[in-house]
Design a protein around this ligand. Structure first.
Ligand code: VG1
Ligand code: CO
Length: 543
């Protein structure tokens, strides 16, 4: 069979965002679209002879077709070996795990993560480097530059190999190994957590519901919870990954995981609830009629890390994305370790983890993880919570309220204005930037502005710089408003407003969140003239 060299021309707009290149499925199905991007990745990587790559995706519509195309392109670009998950499936954390375990050069993940799927939904592609983590900006910039000059791509016309059967095959000179998507990952979880204690918890009648939202966490959660940990069958709901996620929006927050939230609020609620997203790197933790905010979850896991065998040696440091609440900062202080504040997106944690500066990290967007891999990890976070519940014998709400009593509570909420006009969003952000220098010292709604700036970050390891990472208005009491535009959306622009207020007094820890933040919400609206600029009087989603 022959390797074809196909002439192509650059396609505009192939710049990766917060987490890879995400577009509507229809865009990805355009002629040469996927091929141009994949060839640009290969060109950026250089000589691939002798190298191993990992390949898999979250099973959304177009996953299978894309896997076959990428295999044929890898074979034509001299890749020595590809490890592909059976059925073309691998969760994002599993790709990270497999890259590291098998010392691959990197991996290609097919997913648009928390974005909806199906023929009218979104598709995405992301390159991860040898540490198992998302390619840093230097690499994604180089890939993007290549997409602007590309003139041809290479592809084999060998027949597709069977990716539904574990085993080895060849395409051209390239070896393709179809692997069990769950095995390596599940083995790693067993080393990190006290499976004996969690097994005993389930054996004692503890009940949980894990909502996989018809996405890729299902097979992992089933194999680990119902398989290795003995949880009753049916513990995992919506467990089969579907191409359109069964119509679910696989973004685990109280709005989208309404089925789980309703169950957890009902009279016969299980003890513990959890959900994950399209590619299984996010997690939502729920107690009986009680959702844990992701920022609190990070702080609580950090404060209690020693319950898990994998973290008994202690924590080197903690990192959180800038808009994530400062709950973890107080834990870091109590532990006497450093807290790092990074831009939004998991790629910024990679250097800190590689250098051993941090052990745990997280984002407000339902992402939590550690140095075990280089991606956020939904099932890992759920197992960590199970380990904590088993070790303490306490309930979710009890653990959280005790944490607040000890450290204070960071009231926190994110307001998203989705699919607004892209130009209007840009105008709003530009206007805000102009206002920044005059805000300090101003009295707004009983708050005094301490400082206002546009967050920029210098990586402490390689000194790389990232500017314009979110506009923040910080009050003298530490309360904050942060404005950012999403880098994962595929329609117009999405404006995210993050709101945070600290409350030390335990007698004030039971105010409904939106009420506790009402004054800040009003300030956020008036400073940015949101209604005027976007034509919207209310956010699309409040989490
Ligand atoms: C969002 C989240 C961010 C997360 C990213 C990828 O990005 O805010 O915290 O890292 O999604 O998550 P943005 O730019 O839309 O705010 V996933 O699970 O979609 O890969
Ligand atoms: Co995700």
């Amino acid at each position: 069979m022959a390797i074809q060299t196909v002439a192509t021309t650059p396609i505009p707009g192939q710049r990766p965002g917060t987490s890879g290149l995400r577009k509507k499925v229809a865009v990805f199905r355009q002629q040469h679209y996927l091929e141009n991007f994949v060839q640009s990745v290969f060109d950026t990587l250089g000589d691939l002879a002798g190298k191993t790559l990992v390949l898999g995706g979250d099973g959304r519509f177009h996953n299978r077709a894309a896997v076959h195309t990428i295999l044929r392109m890898a074979a034509a670009n001299n890749v020595a070996r590809v490890l592909v998950g059976r059925g073309g499936l691998l969760s994002t954390p599993a790709v990270s795990c497999v890259i590291r375990k098998h010392e691959a050069l990197g991996g290609i993940i097919l997913s648009a993560s928390h974005n909806p799927g199906g023929p009218d939904g979104d598709f995405g592609i992301k390159y991860n480097i040898a540490n198992g983590g998302p390619a840093p900006e230097g690499v994604t910039d180089a890939i993007y530059q290549r997409t602007t000059t590309i003139g041809q791509y290479r592809i084999s016309d060998d027949p597709d190999i069977d990716i539904d059967r574990i085993g080895r095959g060849y395409m051209e000179q390239m070896q393709i190994e179809v692997i069990d998507p769950v095995e390596d990952y599940a083995g790693m979880m067993e080393e990190l957590f006290d499976f004996g204690a969690i097994r005993a918890l389930f054996a004692g009648g503890f009940r949980m519901c894990f909502d996989a939202m018809s996405a890729i966490s299902g097979p992992y959660a089933q194999a680990i919870l119902e398989g290795r940990l003995g949880a009753p069958a049916g513990t995992v709901i919506n467990a089969v990954p579907l191409e359109d996620f069964g119509g679910h929006h696989p973004d685990p927050n109280p709005v989208n995981a309404a089925q789980l939230i309703e169950l957890m609020a009902g009279p016969d609620a299980p003890d513990f609830g959890a959900a994950s997203d399209g590619d299984a790197d996010r997690n939502m933790i729920v107690g009986r009629d009680f959702a844990v905010t992701p920022s609190d979850s990070l702080a609580i896991l950090a404060a209690n890390a020693q319950v898990a065998p994998g973290y008994r040696g202690g924590i080197a440091g903690i990192a959180r994305s800038m808009p994530t609440s400062r709950a973890a900062d107080r834990v870091a202080e109590a532990l006497g370790v450093k807290l790092y504040e990074t831009p939004t997106g998991w790629k910024y944690f990679g250097n800190l983890l590689d250098a051993g500066l941090i052990t745990l990290c997280g984002e407000e967007s339902y992402g939590t993880g550690s140095n075990h891999i280089r991606e956020k990890d939904g099932v890992w976070a759920v197992l960590f919570w199970l380990n904590l519940l088993a070790a303490t014998g306490k309930g979710v709400q009890e653990i959280v309220t005790e944490h607040w009593a000890r450290f204070g509570r960071n009231y926190y909420s994110r307001h998203d204005y989705e699919a607004i006009d892209a130009h209007a969003a840009q105008v709003l952000m530009d206007d805000l930037r102009v206002k920044l220098s005059n805000l300090a010292g101003q009295e707004l709604n009983n708050y005094t502005v301490d400082f206002a700036d546009d967050f920029s970050y210098t990586d402490p390891v390689d000194a790389s710089q990232s500017a314009q990472q979110g506009i923040r208005i910080v009050m003298t009491d530490g309360s904050r408003i942060v404005y950012r535009l999403s880098g994962t959306g595929t329609e117009g622009a999405t404006l995210r407003i993050y709101l945070e207020r600290y409350e030390a007094d335990p007698s004030q820890h039971n105010i409904p969140t939106q009420q506790a933040l009402a004054a800040l919400i009003a300030i956020a609206d008036s400073v940015a003239s949101i209604a005027y600029n976007t034509g919207r009087s209310n956010p699309t989603v409040i989490t």
